[in-house]
Design a protein. Structure first.
Length: 163
């Protein structure tokens, strides 16, 4: 049995259409030894600090309550927490995009990161509207309160707001 110049058996040798010789064993070994590309997010994205979402969400919720004291009422607690968390996630993803670039080294968009940002931003926007944190939704809430009067609030809520 004739051996290839690389020392592999003759069965491993092949000839291309252009007359070049190759060795299947050497080609296979070369493919196995190539480094695999890292996942898109691992290449240049900075890590997220543990607890960053919760810390930022608490800060956002506190600022919202300072701007609109009625959000401190118990009936808004779950919605406020949900909005603050969604807003924090959207903000952290936005910071990651700004820090790392929305494009990979090859110039391709970071689809996963951009899709995650879009989804988080949509959720935050929907919850923002529900809490009256946009001009349009705030006007709708003010109109409803004017029409219904303080009767919309329970006695403890009136006391808490000083109405």
């Amino acid at each position: 049995m004739n051996a290839a110049p690389c020392g592999h058996p003759a069965e491993a040798v092949y000839v291309t259409k252009r007359g070049r010789h190759g060795c299947r064993e050497c080609d296979s070994a070369a493919r196995r030894s190539r480094p695999k590309p890292e996942p898109e997010s691992a290449q240049s994205d900075p890590p997220v600090r543990p607890g960053a979402v919760a810390t930022l969400a608490r800060d956002l919720a506190q600022r919202a309550v300072e701007a609109a004291p009625e959000l401190a009422l118990d009936r808004f607690a779950v919605a406020l927490s949900s909005w603050a968390t969604a807003e924090a996630v959207a903000q952290l993803i936005r910071e990651r995009i700004d820090a790392a670039s929305p494009f990979t080294d090859r110039g391709q968009p970071r689809a996963g990161l951009l899709a995650a940002h879009t989804a988080a931003e949509r959720t935050a926007e929907r919850l923002r509207d529900g809490l009256g944190l946009t001009p349009r939704s705030a006007a709708a809430i003010i109109t409803a309160v004017r029409a219904g009067g303080v009767g919309l609030l329970s006695t403890p809520e009136r006391e808490r707001l000083g109405v």
